[in-house]
Design a protein around this ligand. Structure first.
Ligand SMILES: O=c1ccn([C@H]2C[C@H](O)[C@@H](COP(=O)(O)OP(=O)(O)OP(=O)(O)O)O2)c(=O)[nH]1
Ligand SMILES: [Mg+2]
Length: 148
């Protein structure tokens, strides 16, 4: 699938999302803010960009594994959902699960955005569901004779 993502920079310090390698799914988002997140706290970080998604797509805001591994910092609402029609600034909710404070500086890549197709869904209210092999079993129901 080939998509063209339109990006508007709305701040002097804003950057175009960064694709480290051709074909990478994740487009890194930069902070335009300087702030410190204390252990256990979260913060809403501005990226200084607005996007216009291709029709029939969404963008997901996901954590960067490097920040998670080295600093225990992740995206609180992961994956954040950017709706196709959203025209506001993209913001990132970060949470610090670590034991030390985490300093965010301008130009830091704080999260990554993945553009993905969205099914067009209509809804019908019904009284009975069609039976299935799984039925209502869930939450580990298939692992009765296994440790996990
Ligand atoms: O990490 C995120 C998540 C959302 N958004 C923006 C884009 C999205 O389209 C809008 C609404 O997000 P969501 O639907 O997750 O939030 P809500 O609490 O349901 O708010 P709303 O009632 O505005 O839909 O906020 C971001 O910038 N970053
Ligand atoms: Mg919503």
């Amino acid at each position: 699938m080939n998509y063209n993502l339109k990006v508007r920079l709305i701040h002097d310090d804003a950057h175009m999302p960064y694709q480290a390698h051709e074909g990478d799914a994740g487009l890194d988002l930069y902070s335009i803010e300087e702030t410190t997140i204390q252990p256990g706290d979260s913060a809403l970080i501005s990226t200084g960009i607005q996007i216009e998604l291709p029709k029939g797509t969404e963008a997901q805001v996901r954590p960067r594994s490097g920040l998670a591994l080295k600093h225990s910092v992740t995206v609180l609402n992961s994956p954040g959902t950017i709706d196709e029609g959203y025209r506001g600034e993209i913001k990132v909710i970060l949470i610090n699960h670590g034991k030390s404070e985490f300093k965010i500086v301008k130009q830091m890549r704080i999260a990554q955005m993945v553009v993905a197709p969205v099914a067009n869904v209509t809804m019908t209210q019904i009284e009975e569901l069609t039976p299935s092999e799984r039925g209502e079993g869930g939450f580990g129901s298939s692992g009765k004779n296994n440790p996990v």
